[in-house]
Design a protein around this ligand. Structure first.
Ligand SMILES: NC(=O)c1ccc[n+]([C@@H]2O[C@H](COP(=O)([O-])OP(=O)(O)OC[C@H]3O[C@@H](n4cnc5c(N)ncnc54)[C@H](OP(=O)(O)O)[C@@H]3O)[C@@H](O)[C@H]2O)c1
Length: 239
């Protein structure tokens, strides 16, 4: 059944991932949710579990992104919420002096250009919503303010990943400036250190349901809500 509000989430291939949990929470509050992943079998299995709609989407592929834009246009004619959740290339222990440049390009292609590409392609559909929201799932690793994982701190041993998220935050600001006179709101959200992998749980990461709440918050902002910001749990974060 198609309900009033339609949301699309990228990078939903794992039951334990933030994308799947975000999809569940949006379904629970009445959204029609389209979940996407580059592996269609995986996303279809997940979609079946929660009554979502599955579609294949590789955010690094212009053709794949164009195809989903066409399909959404044909099926719904608009989009209310876009959540750019796809992200990877967590180069733990990496070193910018020796980082492989192909790895850097691939990381940027997914974490920065992936979101950018999808926003450009789906923007005409978001413009047809009366209150569109875009959420770029970022990370404290890409900020100067996070005292544990942030740029310049000891645990920020994920240089390539961190730089892609820093750039993603820049994209959020530039797009928000460009769209400030429209009803569209676009924000970056850091879900916090979240137990989407069992190793993270051992290091004290919080439950996935908590990390996803801040994403849902930004996806459901009221008309007087913020745009162009960076948030965790609905609270502003330093850049
Ligand atoms: N967990 C945390 O503590 C934490 C903290 C801060 C930020 N984040 C961010 O939260 C988001 C979700 O992460 P997660 O922890 O839930 O891990 P995850 O389950 O690994 O989520 C990342 C998703 O991105 C997908 N992806 C990678 N390349 C893609 C591409 N080219 N096209 C489409 N999808 C692609 C992956 O799919 P495949 O299976 O196909 O690779 C996977 O489904 C990421 O952006 C991450 O940077 C997580």
């Amino acid at each position: 059944m198609v309900t009033d509000r339609i949301a699309l989430i990228t990078g939903v291939s794992r039951e334990r991932g933030l994308g799947y949990e975000t999809a569940k929470q949006l379904k629970d509050i009445g959204f029609t949710v389209v979940i996407t992943a580059r592996d269609y079998d995986k996303v279809r299995t997940l979609a079946d579990q929660i009554g979502a709609i599955a579609k294949p989407l590789d955010v690094t592929s212009d053709a794949s992104v164009a195809a989903i834009a066409r399909e959404l246009d044909d099926e719904f004619g608009r989009l209310d919420v876009l959540i750019n959740n796809a992200g990877a290339f967590f180069d733990f222990g990496g070193n910018p002096l020796t980082a492989d440049m192909q790895f850097v390009k691939d990381a940027l292609d997914t974490n920065l250009l992936g979101a950018w590409r999808v926003i450009q392609a789906l923007y005409p559909l978001l413009e047809k919503s009366d209150a569109a929201r875009i959420v770029n799932v970022s990370s404290g690793a890409g900020s100067f303010s996070d005292p544990v994982f942030g740029l310049g701190y000891h645990f920020s041993k994920v240089p390539v990943y961190a730089i892609t998220k820093l750039a993603l935050n820049g994209l959020t600001v530039k797009l928000a400036t460009e769209t400030k006179d429209s009803p569209i709101k676009i924000n970056s959200v850091d879900p916090g250190f979240t137990a989407t992998y069992s190793a993270a749980e051992k290091w004290g990461a919080r439950p996935v349901s908590e990390g996803a709440k801040g994403i849902v918050w930004a996806a459901t902002l009221p008309d007087d809500g913020p745009t162009g910001g960076f948030f965790r749990d609905g609270q502003p974060l330093g850049w």
